[in-house]
Write a protein that binds this ligand. Structure first.
Ligand code: ADP
Length: 592
């Protein structure tokens, strides 16, 4: 992986985006739901309050026409006629005390007979109000309540009527008009939005003057005509108020009037066919929803940004650490390379030093050898001299018979000297001359063949074990034979005093190498020889029998063949030698 590689996890990103958008949306919905419930409760309370105010306003004046109808002066005026001024004054007083808009009396013919505003320019007296529904209700003996707009001043109000009776006969109608505009002002000043609709759905009272006398449902021609006939709202055209409504969360009405949105709560006013509607502006709801959603979005965004920032920082830290690590590894590698170089150089130097040492060792060995040779040869040379001198004397004295044994001794001495020099020749011989492939079994057989006679003379038994197929190695077969002969010779020498002398030879393949195991049941390697056994001139043999070069030469031969030479003592007695040699390549491959 690259150090600065960033993995793009698509599902995680999608989830993150969904969370970023979805959560503020859900929170917004929850806030809306909660706030709408709160608004609904508040608007319910307000509606109850305004309904009660309206109701109390109506009830407050309910008694007024009744009281007037019960007045004797009024009924006398209606039955007997006469001076109207006292009745008018009475009505004016009553109107002032009750704080109503106007009170008046209508005769059975529908014409106003007396009114509290008798002394005003647009006094009601003489007006024919026979068409008013409240007049008809009262004429039929019932109390009437009617919302309408005044004919003279066009002022909206509630008309409450009561029949004036003489015994059981209706002789006139007492009416009190209550202006509702103060109530509307109160609503308006309170910043409230509400309206009252009549049975036709026409807004008759509202805190919004522009909505007044507009109908919530489009009215058909017939209804409009009927309303005009009754002169409900004579000066106003009954326009339709364009509004739409839909239910939110199953419990609130969302109403759009013009460009404004409200939550509408409507309730019927008891005792009338009117309805009162309280409207709560929706702007604060959206402000709050938007505010909370935005806050959630911003907070989430911040959380996401913080997370991204931290991740980025961690990533950078990891990259930095990886870079440091990479640098460290590079440094280590460089160091290693340097060390390897150093090693190689040291090895090279060591090898050179070793070569020098070997050379020096060879020289030293040569020195030692020279001493040994001198020592080995001095005695036979001296003896030869003596024997030659004796021969000359014998010749002089003509003792020819004695000459032959003496000359044989000289010849023996010559043989002995030849043996020493022969061994030296082997030591000095170069290795790479005859590097050919040969079968180790052949070498073993040949060596044993050469030693056959000695085995018989020494009465030594032989235990031989070799594989059926060739065991091919690279090297000089003659030199290997020399090694084996030397081992057998040493074995036979060591077995001089052993009762049942036995020499064992086992040749076998061991992985990618061949092993020749030579052992005997003799006394084993003497302690003083120990680890020095492969060094030159180490011998325990009597003077003249061994010079201590056999094993050191053998060791060199085996090493030259890239082999290994080991020696050990056997339990309970005897010595053993292991020669390990690498098998030829094709033989190794054949085994695989
Ligand atoms: P040499 O035979 O001339 O002594 P070698 O190098 O062949 O020289 O042997 C060195 C010495 O190793 C011998 O003198 C002998 O003490 C010891 N040695 C070699 N082979 C055997 C053996 N099979 N048993 C006991 N000792 C051995």
């Amino acid at each position: 992986m690259k150090l600065n590689e960033t993995r793009f996890n698509a599902p995680a990103v999608t989830m993150g985006l969904l969370l970023l958008v979805g959560l503020p949306f859900i929170v917004g919905l929850l806030v809306q739901y909660d706030y709408l419930q709160e608004l609904k409760q508040v608007s319910d309370e307000r509606l109850t309050l305004y309904e009660m105010t309206l109701d109390s306003e109506l009830r407050k004046y309910e008694y007024l026409p009744y009281l007037i109808s019960e007045n004797g002066m009024v009924s006398a005026f209606l039955t007997k006629g006469g001076e109207g001024v006292p009745v008018n004054r009475f009505l004016k007083r009553v109107n002032t005390i009750a704080e109503s808009s106007v009170v008046y009396i209508i005769g059975t013919d529908g014409v106003v007979k007396a009114a509290s505003n008798w002394d005003r320019p647009n006094a009601f007296i003489g007006l024919d109000l026979g068409f008013r529904p409240y007049f008809r209700d009262a004429m039929e003996g019932r109390q009437g309540t009617f919302f309408g707009v005044g004919i003279t001043r066009g002022e909206p109000g509630i008309y409450i009527s009561h029949p004036i009776k003489d015994r059981d006969e209706v002789i006139g109608v007492a009416v009190a008009k209550i202006a509702l505009s103060p109530l509307e002002h109160l609503w308006k000043e309170g910043g409230e939005t509400l309206f009252v609709t009549d049975a036709n759905g026409v807004i008759v009272l509202t805190s919004r003057p522009s909505w007044k006398y507009m109908s919530l449902t489009p009215l058909d021609e017939g209804t409009i005509q009927e309303i005009h006939n009754r002169e409900h709202y004579p000066r106003f055209q009954l326009k339709h108020l364009p509004w739409k409504t839909r239910t939110r969360f199953g419990f609130v009405q969302e109403t759009t009037i013009g460009k404004e949105r409200f939550l509408m709560n409507t309730r019927g006013i008891s005792g009338t066919d009117w309805k009162i509607s309280y409207l709560t502006p929706q702007a604060p709801l959206w402000e709050r929803t938007l505010g909370v959603s935005l806050t959630t979005f911003v907070l989430l965004g911040l959380a996401v940004l913080t997370r991204l920032f931290l991740r980025e920082r961690r990533q950078r830290e990891i990259s930095r650490q990886q870079a440091v690590e990479a640098n460290r590894i590079r440094d280590i590698n460089r160091q290693l390379e340097q060390e390897v170089e150093e090693r190689k150089r040291t090895e090279h130097e060591l090898r050179a030093a070793q070569e020098e040492l070997i050379q020096a060792g060879k020289l030293a060995a040569l020195g030692e050898m020279a001493t040994a040779i001198a020592h080995e040869l001095n005695q036979p040379i001296a003896a030869t001299k003596t024997y030659v001198a004796s021969c000359r004397l014998m010749l002089k004295r003509d003792k020819l018979d004695d000459l032959d044994p003496t000359l044989r001794k000289v010849s023996e001495l010559g043989d002995r000297m030849a043996k020493v020099t022969g061994q030296l020749k082997s030591f000095a011989r170069k290795t790479t001359d005859k590097e050919i492939e040969f079968d180790l079994r052949q070498a073993v057989k040949e060596a044993l063949n050469l030693m056959k006679h000695q085995f018989v003379v020494e009465n030594c038994d032989l235990k031989l074990s070799m594989p059926g197929q060739p065991v091919q190695v690279m090297g000089d077969r003659m030199r290997m034979e020399q090694v084996l002969i030397n081992l057998f010779r040493n074995g036979l020498d060591a077995l001089q005093d052993t009762p049942e002398p036995l020499i064992g030879v086992r040749l076998y393949e061991d992985g990618d190498r061949a092993t020749i195991h030579v052992w005997d049941n003799g006394p084993g390697i003497a302690e003083e020889v120990g680890k020095k056994i492969f060094e030159p001139f180490v011998t325990t043999k009597k003077e003249g029998i061994g010079v201590g070069l056999g094993l050191s030469i053998s060791y060199k031969i085996v090493k030259d063949m890239r082999g290994d030479f080991r020696v050990a003592n056997r339990e309970p007695n005897g010595a053993e030698f292991f020669i390990h040699l690498p098998l030829c390549k094709h033989q190794q491959e054949a085994k695989l």
